[in-house]
Design a protein. Structure first.
Length: 498
């Protein structure tokens, strides 16, 4: 079967310095190719050919559209409409698709939605399309039958040892490289799937059923070696939901880099209580680890209890300090605007963030994800219309204003807090550099990607970039009373290491 895999556009913010290749697309496309299907990956973040031209040239029978949080649902709808006009069967997958599966089928944007990981599910769906058409046998599938929308139980049972290595030649790898701290040609890859924890706001609870499974590290290292030797890759950001490397895996990475004379650095997202021994962090540094993204979320014990993420503040502080001592850059990720969050809760988060010796602060608004425990409660309590929520949803990186504020905090205060930390991070020196011109260099890094896709696209990117910049500048500087209320002062005190 001829299968076209599509990632919708993401907007300039995510196509800029942090644009991630959708993991599910690359893994599933490689998997389907290994089964003998003819596949093509059409990533609209880096491929600006018109959809009609791509369909005419490839003539797919099946179109699989992946909608992760970084992608635009609007672009997914528009691209799927083109696919349907071409007579293709349309399947949606990934997190946003799983969260809004009923709304997608109800709106007839797709014929089927896969509600978990996609390799085996897509294989089973194709079998039923070609043979029995008993779709009730396909796990994690939402579809319409005789006017009734049905969803089968989600089951993620793909043996990661049986999933082939990613065929990176399916895309233009060089267009996917992005600059990141400590490297200039970084790609997103993965060593595991899912997370064993059950944070109430996180998609992991409904997408992976809070299961954590490892991918053989030898597969990962083989891909990295190929990418470094053929394309000059020098950085890998592991897009695991939670990085949990064993001592043996860390040692294998170190040994593999040395034996093959590889120079790549790497980083990932993890918990601040996952590695409590500085000796292990030093071993990670020796294996090439140069940054860690820490999901800290909140400084409020009340909110921490509600989101089911118990972590001791002192443990977090110690971990950040140990990372600094080991030479590992730390990014602290926080969520503000939780449902029913109060000013005092937010003040606790701001105070806690400022107390940490982080290299960068990433403050994000809470976004309701249907089918998660907190999402379900928000939908019930605040009577959220999911049809309307889906139609108004945007790519995460494009949310410059709150789509909906369910907290007890005025929206302007949330914007001031987020913009303050955005500006603080943007104007800081990079953690691996002593340059005094980092502000200008970061701006140039972002602007260098705005010309992608021709004049029309560049003009829109420039407009969006200017709007985002002015939004952050305005809210971070024009509300001194709010800044004073939250104890936001001008700090740039992180001690950097080369």
């Amino acid at each position: 079967m001829r299968i076209l895999f599509i990632q919708p556009s993401a907007g300039f913010l995510l196509r800029g310095t942090t644009y991630p290749v959708c993991r599910s697309i690359m893994v599933t496309a490689s998997y389907m190719k290994s089964l003998g299907h003819e596949v093509k990956v059409y990533d609209r973040c880096i491929d600006f050919n018109k959809a009609e031209e791509v369909f005419d040239e490839f003539s797919p029978a099946l179109v699989v559209v992946y909608v992760p949080p970084t992608a635009s649902p609007k672009d997914a709808v528009e691209t799927s409409s083109v696919a349907k006009k071409c007579g293709c069967t349309v399947v949606w997958g990934e997190v946003v698709a799983a969260a809004f599966s009923e709304q997608i089928i109800k709106g007839k944007y797709a014929d089927f939605v896969l509600t978990g990981e996609t390799e085996k599910k897509l294989q089973d769906l194709i079998y039923e399309l070609e043979n029995g058409r008993d779709f009730s046998t396909v796990a994690g599938l939402t579809y319409e039958s005789e006017g009734v929308i049905k969803t089968t139980p989600n089951l993620n049972d793909t043996d990661l040892c049986s999933v082939p290595e990613i065929d990176w030649d399916l895309i233009d790898v060089k267009k996917c490289f992005r600059e990141f701290p400590h490297c200039k040609k970084m790609l997103y890859m993965y060593t595991s799937r899912g997370c064993p924890y059950k944070c109430t706001y996180c998609y992991n609870t409904m997408f992976y059923n809070s299961q954590h499974r490892k991918r053989p590290i030898k597969y990962v290292l083989k891909e990295i070696k190929y990418l470094e030797e053929k394309y000059g890759l020098d950085g890998v950001n592991f897009s695991d939901e939670l990085l949990l490397l064993s001592d043996d895996e860390i040692e294998e990475i170190t040994r593999f880099r040395k034996e093959n004379n590889l120079q790549f650095f790497w980083g990932a997202e993890t918990r601040a209580d996952a590695y409590k021994d500085i000796g292990k962090l030093r071993k990670m540094y020796d294996s090439g680890c140069r940054w860690l993204m820490l999901g800290l979320e909140t400084g409020s014990e009340e909110i921490r209890s509600r989101v089911n993420k118990p972590m001791d503040k002192q443990v977090i502080k110690n971990f950040v300090d140990m990372c600094t001592e080991a030479g590992i850059t730390t990014f602290g990720s926080f969520i503000i605007g939780f449902p029913d969050e109060t000013r005092e809760n937010l003040k606790d988060t701001v105070s806690f963030a400022l107390s940490l010796n982080l290299d960068a602060f990433l403050f994000n608004y809470y976004i309701t994800i249907p089918k998660t425990p907190m999402g379900n409660e928000t939908v019930r309590k605040h009577k959220v219309d999911l049809d309307e929520a889906f139609l108004s949803s945007q790519a995460a990186g494009q949310l410059q204003s709150l789509s909906k504020n369910y907290s007890c905090i005025p929206e302007v205060e949330l914007k001031v807090v987020k913009s303050y930390f955005d500006w603080l991070t943007f104007t800081r020196k990079k953690a691996e550099s002593d340059s005094k011109n980092m502000f200008l260099k970061k701006a140039v890094d972002v602007l260098s990607h705005l010309a992608d896709g021709g004049l029309k696209n560049s003009a829109k990117n420039l407009y969006d970039a200017g709007k985002a910049f002015l939004t952050v500048a305005y809210y971070s500087t024009m509300f001194p009373e709010i800044k004073k209320e939250y104890g936001l002062y001008n700090v740039n005190r992180k001690k950097y290491r080369k």
